[in-house]
Design a protein around this ligand. Sequence first.
Ligand SMILES: [Cu+2]
Length: 221
Amino acid sequence: MVSVPALAACSGPLSTLDPAGASAGLIAGLWWVMLLGAALITTFVFALLLLAWWRKPAVGPDERVWTMGLGVGFTLTVLVGLVGYGFWVGERIVARDDGALRVSAHARQWEWEFTQPGPDGAPLVTQDVLYIPAGRPFDIEITSSDVIHSFWVPRLGGKMDAVPGRTNVARLMADAPGIHEGLCAEFCGIGHSVMRFTVVVYEEGAFPDLSEIAAETGEQP
Ligand SMILES: [Cu+2]
């Protein structure tokens, strides 16, 4: 019964544990692997605590085995495994120069301006709505003109800071057409909580009708 509300929290428009693309899938996998590693170490520590209370002093391996083999060896093995897996995931979600679609997100207090290919392929500038095709990775160049913001679409990939004077690039991907929610993930002033945006994922070659999207999302293209 306890697991029902716990698992219900794993889905929803802003859930990192309900990925809708390859980058977000890798990050969600890392979250589960980290949870498993933390659970292993926690279980081990509690088992040792119980053993310390119940065992007779003369029974069991000597102190060197406890300290080096179990205390250091076991914990380090788990931690090295976790860090290694983290590097493996990190290597697969960084932007790379492989000809992926490039779009841009420019942040300012408190809105997002996106530039992406429009219906005719020419650059289209939009406010608080990003249009991307489904099924192919894309890199998003993230900039800011005032303070530090952070671009985050939890179901499509990890967050990336928008820093004045810098261009940060994040790789994302959406598996299927649909609408996803995004937000600023770095406190940036009084309007931070309303600095949200929408990502419209369309079937490649079938750019959506902008007025229909505006009616559905409440955002003006
Ligand atoms: Cu913000």
